[in-house]
Design a protein around this ligand. Structure first.
Ligand code: IMP
Length: 195
């Protein structure tokens, strides 16, 4: 089935294609001529995920889904959380965010480095929203390791593969346990049953 994934993040797109498999043809907003940045001004993952999906639905009238994710670090009171994308400021790079996070954690020596990724996926079909949640527990490494993935992957050590980071394990291994993998498999199962 053909469906729009409301993202401009090629890392997310590659993961979603792999997770959803051959039964899905994912179309990007850019392929639909939508090239501006999709607004995300909410203060929860669910609000942002819904906002992104609704934006694309209003422009196209087609079924679509969106993902909003955040990294919660316990020693930082759950930061960066919903602000994970712009933690080091507007227009910052993935590397700027990692640098900022490692710097903030240096101010909390001896505290646990426990953290988790959360995702909320919103599927809009026939204009109706359906939500799917995913979470993966882990720890923040002291330095970057590995080359795969995107975002905070080089410093996130999922409990299931410790001491390897998300950037050191294979794409399939990450997708099998990841926050995004959980959401998208649940979404595909819901679609198979209900559409
Ligand atoms: P958003 O969902 O696009 O707002 O992403 C939030 C932030 O978390 C961005 O900086 C992403 O790169 C990062 N992020 C989201 N998912 C992952 C992931 O699977 N691995 C690493 N970083 C991620």
């Amino acid at each position: 089935m053909k469906i729009i994934f409301a993202t401009g993040n090629m890392g997310k797109l590659a993961e979603a294609s792999e997770i959803l498999g051959q039964g899905f043809e994912l179309v990007t907003p850019a392929q639909m001529g939508i090239t501006e940045e999709i607004p995300e001004t909410g203060d929860t993952l669910r609000a942002n995920s819904l906002q992104k999906a609704e934006y694309i639905y209003q422009k196209t009238g087609l079924d679509c889904f969106a993902d909003d994710s955040g990294l919660e670090v316990d020693a930082l009171g759950g930061a960066p959380g919903v602000y994970s994308a712009r933690y080091a400021g507007d227009q910052c790079s993935f590397d700027d965010n990692i640098e900022k996070l490692l710097g903030e954690l240096e101010k909390h020596p001896g505290e646990p480095r426990t953290a988790r990724f959360r995702t909320v996926v919103t599927l809009l079909t026939g204009g109706e929203p359906h939500f799917f949640d995913g979470v993966v527990e882990g720890k923040i490494a002291f330095e970057r390791s590995g080359t795969r993935g995107f975002g905070y992957d080089p410093i996130f050590v999922p409990d299931a593969f410790a001491p390897k980071t998300f950037s050191e394990i294979g794409v399939e291994e990450k997708n099998a346990i990841s926050h995004r993998g959980q959401c998208l498999r649940a979404m595909a199962a819901w679609m198979a049953e209900n559409l």
